[in-house]
Ligand binder design. Structure first.
Ligand code: SAH
Length: 246
């Protein structure tokens, strides 16, 4: 699979259907084909088609999803675009650095690239789903691009980077988003049971751990080991409780 065919552009909560059409046009000119729309305000819509012009086929194939999780379920990797720098959640790249790393790095599987709402962008919770952030450098006093313009710029860098490394890369297959989410649930349960994590005062622990494991991009084998470790902790706790006498 080529880099461009592995990218799914995910537009979250788009308010103006014209922007969906313009984003589809931006995608097609850059060789991107897979579009998912999470809870768009209006779609399908003639205003989207008017702006898509020659990219109406992308709109016709676009998948409309009720939730972000649905749009990400089979993605091995999630990146979010944001105009505002956020410190904790994830590593932040320029589109150029991000695209080059994807094109030359050891990675495989489907990649989701998230774009937010026109007025308010992505919520913190949505951004937490991403292992990496992509921020387009701008003038300091106005950092917010039009949605389709942002798609165009990131798409352009992906196209250039993909062309520069057209060869297929041997890679391990990272687990999908749904498996990773199950792991985080399991991990949180175990950390609460061992009292490492205080649910009344969780601080940023889970967010930091998401960042750590997101960076490691574990494959299926590694995920089995991690889940096995968690299960061994739960079993040990249960045995201790048993040995201590009821
Ligand atoms: N006021 C919003 C801007 C939303 S613009 C905010 O501050 O987040 C709509 C979407 O376009 C954003 O959610 C993001 O996906 C993309 N976008 C706009 N400007 C961007 C930039 N400088 N870098 C990366 N993405 C950008």
């Amino acid at each position: 699979m080529t880099l461009l065919s592995r990218i799914r552009v995910v537009l979250v909560g788009t308010q103006h259907p014209g922007n969906i059409g313009a984003a589809a046009r931006a995608m097609k000119t850059m060789g991107l084909r897979e579009l998912a729309l999470v809870a768009p305000a209006a779609f399908p819509d003639p205003r989207a088609e008017a702006m898509a012009v020659g990219a109406a086929d992308l709109l016709a194939q676009a998948r409309v999803c009720a939730s972000l999780d649905e749009a990400l379920a089979d993605c091995a990797f999630v990146a979010a675009t944001t105009a505002r720098p956020r410190h904790i959640s994830a590593l932040s790249y320029t589109p150029r650095d991000w695209a080059q790393r994807l094109a030359t790095g050891d990675n495989a599987g489907r990649i989701a690239l998230l774009f937010g709402r026109e007025r308010t962008g992505l919520t913190n919770q949505e951004i937490e789903r991403a292992q990496e952030l992509v921020a387009i450098p701008t003038a300091q006093d106005y950092t917010s691009l039009n949605l389709a313009a942002a798609v165009q710029i990131v798409g352009y860098e992906l196209l250039l980077a993909a062309g520069a490394s057209a060869q297929e890369l041997p890679a391990h297959e990272p687990v999908g988003h749904a498996d990773l989410e199950r792991f985080y649930v399991h991990l949180e349960q175990v950390l609460i049971r061992t009292r490492f994590l205080d649910p009344a005062n969780p601080r940023l622990l889970m967010r930091r751990l998401r960042r750590l494991f997101g960076r490691a991009a574990p494959d299926a084998n590694e995920m089995n080991i991690l889940r096995g470790i968690l299960t061994s902790v739960t079993d040990a706790l249960a045995r201790e409780r048993g040995a201590g006498g009821a």
